[in-house]
Ligand binder design. Structure first.
Ligand SMILES: *Cc1c(COP(=O)(O)O)cnc(C)c1O
Length: 459
């Protein structure tokens, strides 16, 4: 089987996610035959470094021997069983481990099967918990500008990325927005911490005025991923936690992208020493092996649902694949890898390599806002002189193409180039990735605005 043959078959029957399929008139889809560690291999034998952990999920790279072994054993023991009224060892062990690792006070695990579904669960649970207490007016949610919480209708209602949400506005419930603490928007001379405090004042005013109708504030702690790796100071989370408690509003922490060691701490919330009322996890939960998500919450919230059936206070939400044993086993095996000491040290060392290598990009003509939180690194691509490129020029797509030609999988978000390496990437591989990205930026920025093949296919 060659690349070409599989591409042709793909384009006849598939509809790819987050893709304008018209792009594939000029852009090939890459058929991956197999993968190991940080390397993907296509059907013609060409290799690519997966520098984005395949949409932020494969934290241990691909085909990790420890996870593979655990999963094979689970497959022969119990592949699936209904989780309503039944239970199994992997899901109990996983829940015990998650509760032990989570910020103190989160003691209950409710499972779903993808990130967006976890957000739906948290939104419904928050509103329902208030209702169970007789607070029926608390039905609104507050999200940050540039927020991304998924693309099912509830999650999309608290997502603020017009490209994803505007079209569906008639289907969405209007929610409240406050300005993001993202420091790339701070005026000259204002520190990230000062900016976080300033931006927080707007949220404080909103809570003060409208807390009676607000169920929860939802945030992506420390990094707004899909907005383009927008980073902010942890003081924002501290102020937010205090205010939510003061005004009687839940705090939902969406750690779907940042959880499991990505930001330098196991959970991003730890860097602000806070406990949210709901913690949503998915993506890295099973290290990219199988879809699974979980919402952790407090005993206090759990108790508001705990009544006789006829009270209608129960949380009757369900997904068919909830608590799948294979996914739970993969998640447990991934957590076992964290417990190995050398692993932790290797992660910290790799973050330092990223810091050093990114420092070399400071002052580059076409690069602004070089930033990093743990093992997430990013920068924005700009025109000479610093003005942003028009999004229609799709310079990010050119970076993708140039890097791919050189064997590196990057997937810029608009004009933002980012790195989310698997934790097992070597220092040399990471240096290679970042240097290849810088060359790809040079190439993408040097191209004339509309010199691309038949004139760039627009989304
Ligand atoms: C990816 C993501 C989601 C949605 O998860 P899916 O599994 O893609 O539905 C929600 N929130 C954040 C922060 C994410 O990065």
């Amino acid at each position: 089987m060659s690349n070409h043959g599989l591409m042709q078959r793909d384009l006849a029957v598939l509809w790819h996610p987050c893709t304008q399929m018209h792009d594939h008139e000029t852009l090939p889809v890459i058929p991956v035959a197999r993968a190991s560690g940080v390397w993907l291999t296509d059907h013609d034998g060409k290799r690519y470094i997966d520098a984005i952990s395949s949409w932020w999920v494969n934290i241990w790279g691909h085909a990790h021997p420890h996870i593979n072994t655990a999963l094979k054993a689970q497959l022969d023991t119990l592949e699936h069983v209904i989780l309503a009224g039944f239970t199994h060892e992997p899901i109990v062990s996983l829940s015990e481990k998650l509760v032990a690792l989570a910020p103190p006070g989160l003691s209950r695990c409710f499972y779903a099967d993808n990130g967006s579904a976890a957000i739906e669960v948290a939104l419904k649970m928050s509103m329902h918990a208030w209702r169970n207490r007789g607070e029926t007016a608390k039905t609104r949610f507050v999200a940050l500008s540039g927020s991304y919480h998924g693309e099912t209708l509830g999650a999309l209602s608290v997502t603020d990325i017009p490209l994803f949400s505007d079209t569906y506005a008639p289907l969405l419930t209007p929610q409240l927005r406050v300005p993001s603490p993202d420091w790339t928007q701070a005026p000259e001379g204002v520190t990230p911490e000062q900016f976080a405090r300033q931006q927080f004042a707007v949220l404080e005013d909103l809570l003060k005025a409208r807390h009676a109708e607000i169920s929860a504030v939802i945030v992506e702690p420390l990094v707004q991923g899909a907005a383009g790796m927008k980073m902010y100071h942890p003081v924002y989370l501290q102020l937010l936690r205090e205010a939510c408690t003061r005004y009687g509003v839940h705090l939902i922490a969406d750690e779907i992208a940042v959880g499991f060691g990505r930001t330098g701490s196991f959970f991003a919330c730890e860097q602000a020493a806070i406990t949210p009322d709901f913690l949503c996890l998915s993506k890295a939960l099973t290290a990219g092996y199988l879809p699974m998500s979980v919402v952790l919450t407090t005993e206090d919230i759990y108790q508001t649902f705990y009544h006789r059936y006829e009270s209608l206070k129960g949380f009757l939400h369900s997904h068919s694949f909830t608590g799948n044993p294979l996914a739970a086993r993969a998640a447990l095996a991934s957590l076992e890898l964290f417990a190995l000491d050398p692993q932790r040290r290797q992660q910290a060392a790799l973050a330092q390599v990223m810091t050093d290598e990114l420092a070399g990009l400071q002052g580059h003509d076409h690069i602004r806002h070089v930033r990093q939180t743990g093992l997430m690194g990013a920068f924005d691509m700009v025109q000479t002189g610093g003005l942003p490129f028009d999004w229609r020029e799709r310079r990010g797509l050119r970076v993708f193409e140039a890097a791919l030609r050189n064997g590196v999988l990057l997937r810029p978000i608009g004009n933002t180039v980012y790195f989310m390496p698997p934790y097992v990437m070597s220092a040399d591989e990471l240096r290679h990735v970042i240097r290849t990205a810088a060359e790809a930026v040079d190439e993408a920025c040097a191209a004339p605005a509309h010199g691309h093949d038949n004139g760039v296919s627009l989304p």
